[in-house]
Design a binder for this molecule. Sequence first.
Ligand code: GLN
Length: 484
Amino acid sequence: MHNKTIVELSADLRAKKYSSEELTRAFLARVEKFNPQLNALVTLTAEHALAAARSADARIANGTAEPLTGIPIVQKDIFCTLGVKTTCGSKMLDNFIAPYDATTVIKLKEAGTVMLGKANMDEFAMGSSNETSYYGAVRNPWDLSAVPGGSSGGSAAVVAARLAPAATGTDTGGSIRQPAALCGITGIKPTYGRVSRYGMIAFASSLDQAGPMARSAEDCAMLLGTMAGFDTLDSTSVDMPVPDYRATLNNSLQGLKIGLPKEYFGDGLDAQVGKVIDGAIKQYRALGAEIVEITLPNTMLSVPTYYVVAPAECSSNLSRFDGVRFGYRCKDPKDLADLYKRSRGEGFGAEVKRRIMIGTYALSAGYYDAYYAKAQQLRRLISEDFKQAFKHVDVIMGPTSPTVAFNLGEKLADPVTMYLSDIYTIAVNLAGLPGMSIPAGFVGQRPVGLQIIGNYFDEARLLNAAHKYQQVTDWHQRVPEGFK
Ligand code: GLN
């Protein structure tokens, strides 16, 4: 059962080949067996899951089931889940039990999905390797000495190791696409505003966006259809109808114009990764697409711009974790100042502190214009690059990440090298565009992801392009040795 896609599982459940309870027990057994080596889940919700599975079975029996009813999933631990611990990978929230569900959690619950547990993640979603989690690093199922990517590394490892058919992720600068690439799965970051951010613990509010991570584009289409939509509880949510993403999956790619940004194929790109991406582009040509070379001239500014904007926003968002309003409280504070200082000092990890300091600095009087205002101007230029490009092409493709998964510990000592792992993904968040990553091959035993970037609200086209590719390739069906 564990090797089937959601589409297949959904059909089997409907045909009563097995019940959701049986399916849920099967996945829970895999979690029990494999999670100790992967550390991909930080909280298991077996009792909740079995209860949800039984009500899904009742819906299937009485004919009120939806396509996702009875399908087990895992939620990234950044989403508030009513009555279930929500840690965001931080000691700060180690004992936080959310009093409400995030909107996406509600939507997935109402569709009848079964939550197996919460996925490990980089602390407050800050990281590209899942090594900043208070709960320890996650291992990549393809090679246990490698990182799974981050910050949705737990979610990606869960799906790659077949511990669940799907998981949710969030992407502020690449955190759905990069771990999807490094773990050989499919993930989509929708247009900013497409999926509600209500109840999703904020990192950088103008960049954060949630999306599904699964085995195939078709499964992502099903999940996104449920997760997306207007929400009055999120003031940046966009009031636009949600298309039926599955309806257009099989559209022909004849004449599709694919832009290849020359900046995504230059220095810094691992030659073997480049070769895999070239192979994928060749495949698209065979599917009828037309390849156009384009330029995104401000690409090199995206990492520095992001590392002003994101820390600035996080320094403001994370001020609520002070031991009074939210979060960990230190023992025996002398006075109020001591309580704030020690609660934050003991509750946050090193990367989070680094970001808060950078952000506070960039926003302070005297430096605001030099850093924050400047970064906002660059952000506009980066968006303009894409605007120009989309006058000529339908989608943009390139590598998701410049390298395959690196080894655990390899980049921890050098934050700038770590930050560069998102060089191809970050601009997409700064512009607010949708982007996805699909498996396109391997270097050795480590997977390579192809990134597909679309124009605003063009998720259907991304999913269509991904699906057609997955119809003629089997990279997305490969299972890591040891997890078959
Ligand atoms: N790796 C990037 C960072 O560390 C992006 C993280 C994310 O998308 N949440 O900020």
